[in-house]
Ligand binder design. Structure first.
Ligand SMILES: Nc1nc2c(ncn2[C@@H]2O[C@H](COP(=O)(O)OP(=O)(O)OP(=O)(O)O)[C@@H](O)[C@H]2O)c(=O)[nH]1
Ligand SMILES: [Mg+2]
Length: 440
């Protein structure tokens, strides 16, 4: 969803790359490009203004590292500042000291609250919790039914409110707490009603529910596709009922990113998760630093690794991270990755997370289908283990032998070797190494 913004920022970097050093004049030009890029991405204008001022100050100030080129300096500053406006450090969910912790999800109609209740329940179950879903949409019976269906499909427990309980939510909560404590449920994830607009009626109902529940997390669920509208309504919810965090949904759509880039600055509340599709697993922990890198086209190899960890063997994924860090990544590892990719099936989904540089970009562009992966795997299979460890051995005659052995043309062997070498180069980049440094 940040494609357009990424493209424009890339242009700005390209411009700076052509400049000998950072000057008042070229920074003014570069910042103008950046300002337009951000405004076009529907970022709140106040946020843009402050962002620009900070970057100008840092880029022209003392903090600049002389060893870096102007483009690198600015890239670093922009990356750090982008991470900042996205919230800085990743913020974890808060759990109550004495269970059950209550998470109350609020937001406008259709923003994805009910869907997100399910996703969140699935996610916390994945970290060993025992969630209970309940709907405090006190007026619409159908709302309960929707959540009940979601709970059943996920195998998550659901507490059904009787019409009597819905009429007196205060008593309902007492029953609910006894039920939850007896069965050691934690957290209690509470769905609420939505309206098309922020109206007093809704706010009153939500204030009442919040007052009864005393949630440890009041989570605003915002539809990223609605851009600044989502930001404005978040602000209204923050003022009228108070929030602790934000979940943005529909980041898979053609949102331009403005909501994500403005909402933390405007509300002061962290984005903790993002929804990236309708299915329950289309839900990611939000990492400001990785998102910033992704916007700047540095890709997101960490998210890739996380995905791999989820879907594949954890030890292997950690070993992969270690190898990339130590620059020991070989063709054999590349082969394993390709096989893994093929197993996961969701090639395009995974590729979206890969660094948008070097070979993977080409892979993504070529819209790799499974047969392409199969061909690459066949080629590597035809190499000796020494060749896999050390591709420098691959001279003309060896390449010819491998082509014959795998039944693929020589130019495809060359292409594979070239892509692998580009990938190795990319993995040596300090930014990537720094990112991996934080990964145990
Ligand atoms: N593409 C996409 N669709 C989503 C995402 N999250 C939710 N949706 C869809 O958005 C629509 C509305 O979702 P709901 O969960 O019913 O929204 P709600 O906020 O509970 O709506 P009300 O209860 O009517 O206020 C559904 O069609 C969901 O499938 C997401 O991350 N990506
Ligand atoms: Mg709902």
């Amino acid at each position: 969803m940040f494609d357009q913004l990424s493209g424009r920022l890339e242009k700005m970097m390209k411009f700076l790359r052509g400049e000998g050093k950072v000057t008042e004049k070229n920074m003014t030009e570069a910042l103008k490009m950046m300002r337009l890029a951000l405004l076009e991405a529907d970022v709140n204008y106040k946020v843009v203004k402050e962002f620009e001022a900070r970057i100008r100050e840092k880029a022209l100030g003392e903090e600049v590292l002389r060893s870096l080129t102007p483009a690198q300096q600015v890239l670093k500053i922009v990356r750090d500042e982008l991470t900042g406006i996205l919230g800085g450090q990743q913020k974890a969910l808060i759990f109550a000291g004495s269970p059950p912790s209550i998470f109350m999800l609020v937001g406008l109609q259709g923003s994805g609250k009910t869907t997100t209740c399910g996703k969140l329940a699935r996610w916390v179950a994945g970290i060993g919790k025992n969630p209970l879903l309940v709907s405090f949409d006190l007026k619409r019976l159908a709302a309960q039914a929707q959540l009940k269906t979601i709970a059943a499909s996920l195998g998550v427990s659901f507490y059904e409110m009787t019409p009597d309980e819905m009429a007196s939510p205060r008593d309902a909560l007492k029953e609910l707490m006894i039920f939850a404590r007896n069965r050691a449920f934690d957290p209690l994830i509470v769905d609420t009603a939505g309206r098309l607009h922020v109206d007093e009626d809704l706010m009153e109902e939500l204030r009442l529910v919040k007052d009864i529940l005393k949630p440890v997390e009041t989570i605003y669920v915002g539809d990223a596709m609605t851009g600044q509208d989502a930001v404005r309504s978040a602000q209204a919810f923050e003022e009228k009922i108070g929030l602790t965090s934000v979940i943005l949904t529909k980041l898979d759509g053609d949102a331009r990113g403005g909501a994500a880039l403005s909402i933390v600055s405007v509300t002061g509340k962290p984005i903790k998760f993002v929804g990236v599709g309708e299915k329950p697993d289309k839900f990611d922990v939000f990492h400001p630093d990785r998102m910033a890198s992704r916007i700047l086209g540095m890709g997101d190899i960490l998210t890739l690794i996380e995905k791999a960890e989820e879907e594949a063997d954890t030890d292997e994924a950690q070993e992969l991270a270690r190898k990339i860090r130590k620059q020991e990544f070989t063709l054999e590892d590349f082969r394993k990755q390709l096989v893994q990719l093929k197993k996961m099936g969701s090639v395009s989904g995974i590729l979206g997370h890969l660094p948008q540089v070097g070979p993977l970009k080409n892979l993504a562009k070529a819209e790799v289908d499974d047969s392409k992966i199969a061909h690459f795997v066949a080629i590597i299979n035809s190499m000796t283990s020494r060749e896999r460890e050390n591709p420098k051995l691959l001279n003309g005659s060896r390449r010819l032998r491998i082509a014959k052995g795998s039944g693929r043309p020589v130019h495809e062997v060359n292409q594979l070797v070239k892509q692998f070498q580009d990938m190795q180069k990319m993995m040596k980049k300090p930014q990537l190494q720094k990112m991996l440094g934080g990964l145990k």
